[in-house]
Design a protein around this ligand. Sequence first.
Ligand SMILES: *Cc1c(COP(=O)(O)O)cnc(C)c1O
Length: 415
Amino acid sequence: MDHDKVRDVDPAVADALEGEVDRQRETLQMIASENHASEAVIDAQGSALTNKYAEGYPGERYYGGCEYADEVEELAIERATELFGADHVNVQPHAGTQANQAVYFAMLEPGDKILSLDLNHGGHLSHGHPANFTGQLYEVEQYEVDAETGYIDYDALADHAAEFDPDIIVSGYSAYPREIDFERIQAAADDVGAYHLADIAHITGLVAAGVHPSPVGIADFVTGSTHKTIRAGRGGIVMCDEEYADDIDAAVFPGGQGGPLMHNVAGKAVGFKEALQPEFTEYAEQTVANAKALGESLSENGFSLVSEGTDNHLVLVDLRESHPDTSGGDAEEALEEAGIVLNGNTVPGETRSPFNPSGIRAGTPALTTRGFDEDDCRKVGDLIARVIDAPEDEAVIEDVRAEVAALCDANPLYE
Ligand SMILES: *Cc1c(COP(=O)(O)O)cnc(C)c1O
């Protein structure tokens, strides 16, 4: 993957782009929200559609010359419809946050009430955090995971809803390792006459492949990202029943965005086509099997996992018991030196700060894309343990870095 045309114009940027490709090749990408899109998806995203204004929707654009833009967007919609089975799909949101924004903007008035999961417990900024527009425009209360088990406490959620009387309940999380029971959350929403937004940003690919239960047909609105467990390039989508289709479309454009990023819509079309192939189901199953293997290896190495394991693509490690003197930030830094890239993360009952939290989050979507299996992921668990057991030992870091390089060589990326 060279960048010769960039290099001709701008060697500094070309160096950075090629440096990034090498970084992805030579180190382990374990940030749970990241993946490696195919070169086909990246090619579509780097296409001449970046030049095209296509405000509006296929067949009803505000500009001429939209023949190919229409074709690409129709293909993206068709394929998403086949993947998820939704009545209506909008593929234009620039990212997951914009997909959520469209749902709030379509269905809520400023001052309306959102009930969502606390950020420290695995929620997302766009679910009502004070620093996000959602925290400033709407009245927000938050539910939590059970302090003992790490699982969503659905009874407490329903009680909280009865007390708070929200206009919308948000499910779907950024750092939750367990299966989500969308039906129970829908029931809690129905009891209080609230909408239910299921934000499957992290698990879009797992839902598409059928390895996580789908909220489509259960929740009123489903939003997703297209770059995490599905490899369709950076972006967002919204799905809903036909009755809300016009409201959602108007909230995406012109409500919250101008012209769609048609090159990214093309990436979505290609990535969705890839996800419709039988190999994608195998990929999603392997991603989950790999996360379980990684979790088992970390547990055997003495780490405590929030909820004691995983059903999906990520594990959340609480370092407080096993390594009380090592923060998530310290662990993240030492691991990066060793070639293992993941992030420090808040954990339920967080006692440090969000900038230097008590846990780490590790995902397997990107490793699985480059061919890692359970044995490889168990080995990665051992390597993570070696680094966190001795975060300042240069000899250990060097040794682990060599083992990481060997794993990368055995599972090449962007050949
Ligand atoms: C990643 C994520 C999003 C989308 O984030 P963007 O960076 O805006 O694409 C939305 N919701 C949840 C729960 C997420 O984890």
